[in-house]
Design a protein around this ligand. Structure first.
Ligand SMILES: Cc1cc2nc3c(=O)[nH]c(=O)nc-3n(C[C@H](O)[C@H](O)[C@H](O)COP(=O)(O)OP(=O)(O)OC[C@H]3O[C@@H](n4cnc5c(N)ncnc54)[C@H](O)[C@@H]3O)c2cc1C
Ligand SMILES: Cc1ncc(C[n+]2csc(CCOP(=O)(O)OP(=O)(O)O)c2C)c(N)n1
Length: 597
């Protein structure tokens, strides 16, 4: 009997049927999961219907990251399904990842029967206890008649306000029990969670006043603009056009304003551009839109943008004044607040004179001329930055989505791949989870089957969730894994070199697998490229193959990612490429005292 038949028979259903019907009624088309004893009734229901597609992954961490990629690239809620015990504990990393990056996820987990809870039953763990700190909210459902309402509420909480992950833990006897299904329309929302989305007009007027009189303004935008949706991104572009303020963005906000836009300064922060960080340091008015003053952005807090008035738009009250005290805090959804801001700016009786920003744009031009992403090109060896530049040139006119793993390659991707639109860039920013990119690419490809989906990876990170190649093959997801293979945990090696006296402790990837053979073992296509002159043709081959590909791009082993603001330093103390210590690179030794160059 399908869920629809069940509705006809007076809304009486088993718990497992309720789960499927609630997913359908919340618009779910895909779920990412892995079965086990405590979720078998739900899997049995999945078997008997075909309107929700289940994507079988190879590890629950993969299910979570795939659901994150799916969510970020579509603006919908990502759904994962795991069994009790190890299934639930394996889900912890993606839950925390989604919490830190504000990604809406609903995780359904099986639990041992209610009568066995607390008895150290087989595959029992305290899922709500373990996931409480890494979710926005979680529930253990003990009454089948509450199951539908809890799932509807889970979807509402995951996507409203500051988006985030939620867990619904469902004991096996509740999945078997029969109860009443209530549709979302009949569901009474919890009064205690009603995020404020409309900004206070007085505050917005105060912000306009500061912006109007600014002589050295900067817009610092973040992931919250992408969270708010395409309309918010349009309004951001409109605000920049109207005010002519320079704009930078965090790693999480890339694409909300186009990289080709004339006011674009590039990403800011630890590996951000010189012009973005100098503008943040020297500005007199900072307009922070949907960003959270992360430590990768602020550097040393007491030296952060010392002379500016700060405006902060955020939907989460706990985000405002958390790390940095601001002068005007506007609580609300970015889209709504920007709509008011644009309207009020347009209605100003006297527009501020454009010339007042002349000197400031002069400063920006000088900083830009510093060319802080410069690197030494080579004809013999592929420089990692060059590899990203070529990847960008050969894919920019296509319908492309990029995911990443974590490390230097992630930062080079952020620096050298120009994002023109939001929701095209999926990366693990807050938790920095190696292993994120491959399953996230799978999730993106499931949502966008016709698009080109590329995971820009490092040789170490890719080995953390490599098993999902098998899921990609099974589900005909032709994802491309573009590994910048430098034979090191490059980001760790860079820190060891610059901050730990060149002692490269355990950051060399010995016993590297042959990635081409590995791809073939999974039934995918393996490609390798070692020479700059061969790169374009090899990338083109990767694009043209309609199958999953692992591309082993052999790059310079010891290239460093600059600029870099060392931990605890201020924005104007950043290390630039030509100040990099070539000597230090030359003197690097590994744990066995071997010279590395
Ligand atoms: C190796 C590594 C290096 C890194 N280096 C850098 C770096 O150089 N530069 C950099 O920028 N980052 C860097 N990061 C990422 C960094 O750690 C943070 O993840 C990132 O800076 C946070 O971005 P964000 O402030 O935009 O916040 P997000 O985590 O995207 O948070 C969004 C903010 O917007 C709010 N919000 C959400 N939805 C809405 C809405 N609808 N309306 C209003 N507000 C909303 C949220 O409450 C939150 O405060 C690095 C990460 C790694 C792993
Ligand atoms: C799960 C996890 N463990 C450890 C780290 C710490 N870490 C950050 S970057 C990095 C090295 C990444 O190496 P690789 O994937 O080869 O990328 P590269 O920096 O060389 O581009 C490590 C170990 C992490 N971010 N995530």
């Amino acid at each position: 009997m399908t869920g629809t038949d069940n509705q006809a028979s007076g809304n009486r259903m088993t718990g497992a049927e309720i789960v499927l019907q609630a997913l359908r009624d919340n618009g779910v088309e895909h779920i990412f999961g892995y079965p086990g004893g405590a979720v078998l009734p739900i899997y049995d229901e999945i078997f008997q219907q075909d309107d929700i597609q289940h994507i079988l992954v190879r590890h629950e961490q993969g299910a979570g990251h795939a659901a994150e990629g799916y969510a970020r690239s579509t603006g919908k809620v990502g759904v994962m399904l795991v069994t009790s015990g190890p299934g639930a504990t394996n889900a912890v990393t993606p839950l925390q990842d989604a919490l830190m990056d504000s990604i809406p996820l609903v995780c359904l987990s099986g639990q041992v029967p209610t009568t066995l809870i607390g008895s150290d039953a087989f595959q029992e763990c305290d899922t709500v206890g373990i996931t409480r700190p890494c979710t926005k909210h979680n529930w253990l459902v003990k009454d089948v008649n509450e199951l539908a309402a809890v799932i509807h509420e889970a979807f509402r909480i995951a996507q409203s306000g500051r988006p985030g992950p939620v867990v619904v833990d469902i004991p096996k006897d509740i999945q078997f029990a029969t109860g009443t299904y209530t549709p979302p329309e009949a569901h009474h929302v919890q009064k205690s969670y009603q995020p404020k989305i409309q900004g206070d007009l007085n505050k917005i007027n105060q912000a306009i006043e500061l912006m109007k009189n600014a002589r050295r303004p900067v817009i610092y935008s973040g992931g919250g603009v992408v969270n708010s949706g395409p309309e918010a991104c349009k309004l951001l572009r409109e605000l920049v056009e109207l005010t002519d303020f320079p704009i930078t963005s965090t790693l999480m906000g890339l694409g909300a304003y186009p990289a080709s836009g004339k006011n674009w300064l590039g990403m800011l922060g630890m590996h951000g551009s010189y012009e973005a960080n100098m503008a943040m340091h020297d500005c007199d008015v900072m307009v922070c839109i949907g960003a959270r003053f992360d430590d990768r952005i602020t550097g040393r807090l007491n030296a952060f943008s010392p002379n500016s008035k700060k405006i902060h738009i955020d939907i989460d009250p706990s985000s405002i004044n958390k790390n940095v005290r601001v002068d005007v805090g506007i609580l609300g959804d970015v889209g709504n607040v920007l709509e008011d801001m644009v309207r009020l700016w347009r209605a100003l009786p006297q527009k501020p004179a454009a010339e007042r920003l002349g000197d400031w744009w002069g400063d920006v031009a000088r900083w830009r001329a510093r060319n802080s992403f410069a690197y030494k090109p080579s004809d013999d060896v592929i420089m990692p930055q060059y590899a990203i530049q070529r990847l960008y040139e050969l894919t920019k006119h296509r319908d492309t989505y990029i995911t990443t793993e974590v490390g230097q390659h992630q930062m080079w991707a952020a620096q050298f791949y120009g994002f023109e639109q939001p929701n095209r860039w999926m990366t693990s920013g807050g938790l920095g989870t190696m292993g994120y990119g491959l399953p996230a690419a799978l999730g993106v490809q499931i949502a966008h089957p016709e698009s080109l989906v590329i995971d820009i990876a490092g040789d170490a990170s890719i080995q953390m969730c490599i098993q999902e190649m098998s899921a990609a093959i099974q589900h005909n997801a032709p994802i491309k894994i573009f590994i910048l293979n430098n034979q090191y945990m490059g980001m760790v090696r860079q820190w060891q070199q610059l901050l730990h006296g060149n002692r490269l402790s355990n950051s060399y990837t010995e016993a590297m697998p042959d990635f081409v053979k590995l791809a073939e073992a999974y039934g995918a296509v393996g490609l390798r490229c070692e020479k700059p002159g061969d790169l374009d043709a090899a990338i083109q081959e990767m694009i043209d193959v309609n199958k999953p590909v692992i591309f082993d791009c052999r790059v310079a082993n010891l290239a460093n990612c600059f600029p870099m603001i060392p931990s605890g330093k201020a924005h104007n103390e950043m290390l630039l490429p030509d100040e990099a210590t070539d000597e230090a690179v030359a003197n690097a030794i590994d744990a066995k005292g071997r010279q590395l160059v």
